[in-house]
Design a protein. Structure first.
Length: 84
């Protein structure tokens, strides 16, 4: 049994930089550039920016200060209610 020869679709495109005709089945992978223009174009690597760590705040002093203020205010209110 003889296998039929493989055929390729001739897809001709214009290069976006030098305007020559070139053949490619998936031109969008190289931004519609021919091989020579693609190799001469600088290739950049996109990196994700590093996340900055937020400074940890020690809330123990704030909790102690808030609790002390609440106890003081409740003491004043209780003292005023007890005397009157």
């Amino acid at each position: 049994m003889v296998e039929p020869p493989t055929y390729y679709k001739a897809l001709w495109h214009n290069c976006g930089k030098c305007k020559i005709h070139y053949m490619s089945e998936e031109p969008h992978l190289r931004a519609y550039l021919c091989d020579e223009c693609w190799n001469n174009t600088p290739q950049f690597v996109v990196r994700k920016p590093k996340k900055e760590k937020m400074k940890q705040i020690d809330y123990t002093w704030w909790i102690a200060l808030y609790s002390g203020m609440v106890i003081t205010i409740l003491g004043i209110i209780g003292y005023q209610l007890w005397l009157k």
